[in-house]
Design a protein around this ligand. Structure first.
Ligand code: C6P
Length: 411
């Protein structure tokens, strides 16, 4: 471990999260569904409340005091989000979430593709980084290719390189798999993409919330993530794009705020990033998101990452020492552990754990093609964040005994 790394104290951070005091079925809540969404600290809840109580107004429109304050706070959130990933202010567009960010790209870039152009994804993509490309490819006659995932849960880099051709225009890959916890070598992939003249998109929904991410270090062209997976409110996310690319792209949604001048005949679009933010944005969400970024920066993303890696290593070791449990994905992983217990359905595992106050996700995790590749219909998944503890992992593993009892040794 890096000697300068500040160890995170999950126990003391928990006091910032009011929901973690809740009891479920009379038992303390153990929240292990952080890949789906994360809980919110009082600092984020307070920032949203402060906006509504003290300076609620629309942004970029009014000359009055409230509108100026709201605009300043909204733009400050853009600055925080840009700095958090090492980008410039004008390169960060606020969207609804990762899904909308990728749809923006699919519509804006994908619709420019020609027949027989190729888009390369991988077999481990979330539906949000698959369905938009698939649908746009159908419209323009492009082909979607998938780099293979090996038995140990890694993208096969030989197959990745071999799948790229002179027709590959866009390559879009998850930084971290929401099922396997695999951390993909996006920096290396960006280089391979650029050597071929392809654009490289990173789905960072499961990485930006959990580890240091710098868009210049990766060298990607675009990167997408969601506030709600990093302690912030729902309904706000980011699309990062290199400014020269965003400048040359057509907006995806048209309307107010994204224009400079409109006549009866035509429209000139606003400057970046506003060109891509049509209509009244999610102002309270952006302000809460800014507070979430402050909170994470204060702890340090290296510390968040190392805490989660320690928890996921501990969890997978403990799960693997139990009878009939299969854990999916590589040994070196982010804070996501997917598993199955013999022939017991993942939904049943999640339902019994819920009775014990433990929240995990069971199912296909919006990655049905990956499930079919793994030959399963779903998995149980525990996913960690900065407020989770080793004791909670112990409770998870011991509660699996109850699952086994209910299902009479099927696990
Ligand atoms: N995965 C999960 O439980 P949105 O919903 O737009 O904020 O994020 C979509 C998304 C995109 N890419 C990856 C890798 C993701 O994990 C997700 C969201 C959640 O795994 C909800 S299905």
């Amino acid at each position: 471990m890096d000697a300068g790394l500040k160890l995170l104290n999950a126990e003391s951070l928990r006091a910032d999260f009011p929901i973690l005091r809740r009891k479920i079925n009379g038992k303390p809540l153990i929240y292990l569904d952080n890949a789906a969404t994360t809980q919110k600290p009082r600092q984020v809840i307070g920032a949203v409340r402060d906006y509504y109580e003290n300076y609620n107004a629309n942004v970029h429109r009014g000359i009055h005091r409230l509108s100026e304050e709201a605009t300043d706070a909204y733009e400050a959130a853009h600055v925080k989000a840009a700095k958090f990933i090492g980008a410039d202010f004008k390169e960060v567009i606020f969207t609804k979430n990762t899904t909308e960010s990728i749809n923006l790209l699919a519509y804006s870039l994908g619709l420019q593709l020609r027949k027989d152009d190729e888009i390369l994804l991988s077999e481990m993509e979330h539906h949000s980084n698959l369905v938009p490309w698939q649908q746009i490819a159908k419209k323009v006659g492009a082909k979607v290719m998938y780099a293979k995932v090996s038995a140990d849960g890694l993208i096969d880099m030989d197959d990745f390189s071999a799948s790229i051709s002179s027709r590959t225009r866009i390559i879009s890959i998850a930084h971290v798999s929401n099922v396997l916890g695999t951390i993909n070598p996006v920096r290396e992939m960006a280089k391979i993409a650029h050597d071929n003249g392809s654009l490289f998109v990173v789905d960072a929904a499961q990485s930006v919330p959990h580890m240091p991410v710098d868009v210049r270090q990766i060298g990607c062209d675009f990167l997408a993530f969601s506030s709600h997976k990093m302690l912030g409110p729902t309904g706000i996310g980011v699309l990062y794009g290199r400014s020269e690319l965003l400048d040359s792209m057509q907006p995806f949604i048209y309307g107010g705020d994204m224009i400079r001048e409109v006549t009866f005949g035509d429209t000139r679009f606003n400057e970046l990033p506003w060109k891509f933010e049509a209509g009244t944005p999610n102002i309270s969400g952006a302000i809460g998101f800014g507070a979430a970024i402050d909170y994470l920066k204060n702890i340090g993303m290296e510390s968040v990452f190392s805490h989660e890696q320690r928890l996921s290593r501990y969890a997978s070791d403990r799960l693997l020492s139990e009878p009939e449990i299969k854990v999916y994905g590589p040994k070196e992983r982010a804070g996501i552990v997917s598993f199955n217990m013999g022939s017991i359905h993942a939904h049943d595992v999640a339902a019994i754990l819920d009775q014990e106050g433990i929240a995990i996700r069971g199912g296909h995790h919006c990655a049905m093609p990956l499930m079919s590749k793994l030959g399963i219909s779903g998995s149980a998944r525990a996913s960690f964040y900065l407020y989770n503890t080793k004791d909670e992992v112990d409770s998870l593993v011991s509660s699996l005994g109850r699952v086994r009892k209910v299902f009479g040794g099927k696990g």
